[in-house]
Design a protein around this ligand. Sequence first.
Ligand SMILES: Nc1ncnc2c1ncn2[C@@H]1O[C@H](COP(=O)(O)OP(=O)(O)OP(=O)(O)O)[C@@H](O)[C@H]1O
Length: 255
Amino acid sequence: MNTPPPPRLSVRGLEVAFGGLTALSGVSFDVADGETVALIGPNGAGKTTVFNAVCGLVKPRKGTVRIAGRPASARPTGLLKAGVARTLQGLGLFEHLTVLENVLVPLTSLRETDAIGKARKALADLGLEHLAARPAGTLPYPERKRVALARALATDPRLLLLDEPAGGLGSADIDALADTVRAVADGGRAVLLVEHHVDFVMEVADRIVVLDFGEVIATGTPEAVQGDPAVEAAYLGLEAVGAPTAAAADESGTA
Ligand SMILES: Nc1ncnc2c1ncn2[C@@H]1O[C@H](COP(=O)(O)OP(=O)(O)OP(=O)(O)O)[C@@H](O)[C@H]1O
C-alpha cells in the first residue's frame, strides 16, 4: 500500500511563550500542495507568531513544524532549500537597490544568467518588467508590494507565506493579487497567508484557520467559518469574519 506524501506544511501542537505570555497553545494545521490556507483572528491572536515559528524566527516551547515531512530549518538558506518563501508586512525591500536587484537578492546561489532569467520572469509575471531598473524606494506602495511578492516567487517556492498581502492595497490591486495567489496555488504550490481583509480571504482561501488568544477556534471552508458562532464571538459581534478595528472592539466592549 502506498503511503500518501506528507503535507507541504504540517504544524502540530505548537506552543510559543514570550516570558509569562502564552502566545500560542496547541496550534495544529496542515497546508497541502495546491491549497491556500488563510490564518485569521483578532489582533494579538497569534497569527504572526505562527508565521515566525514556521520560519524558525521564534522557538516553540512545544510542538513541531514540518515542511514536506522534514523538521523546518531555522536558517534562511535552509528555508530556501526547503522551498519556503515569505513576504513581510514591512516588505523588507532595499530602497536604494533597483527592482531587479531586489528580486535577485534570494537568488545569489544561482549562476548569474539563471538568476537574472528567474528574476525577470517573476517581474514579468507580476507586470513589473518595465520597472526593473527603478530604485525600489521610488515606487508607490502597491508596486513595492508587488516587488516583494515577485522576490518571493522568483525562488520558485513550494510553500509561499504571505503576511498581510492585501494590506494597504486598493480594490483593483487586491483583485490582481487574488488572481496571482490563485495562479500560484493552481500551479501546485502551497500558500499560507495571514490577512485581515475579509473579502480577499473569502475569495482566495480554500480553508481558513481561525486563531483566538493563541488557540485554533475553528478550521474550515470560508463559508463554514463565516457562520461559526465561536468565530463570531471571537470577533466581538462583528457581522462577518474579519479583523475588528480598535474602534469596533471598543464599541463592542461598551455595548
Ligand atoms: N516578541 C514578542 N515578545 C513578547 N510578546 C510578543 C512578541 N511577539 C508577539 N507577542 C505577543 O504575542 C501575542 C500574539 O502576537 P501576534 O503578533 O502573533 O498576533 P497577531 O495575531 O499577528 O496580531 P496582529 O493581527 O495585531 O498582527 C500578542 O499578545 C503579542 O503581544
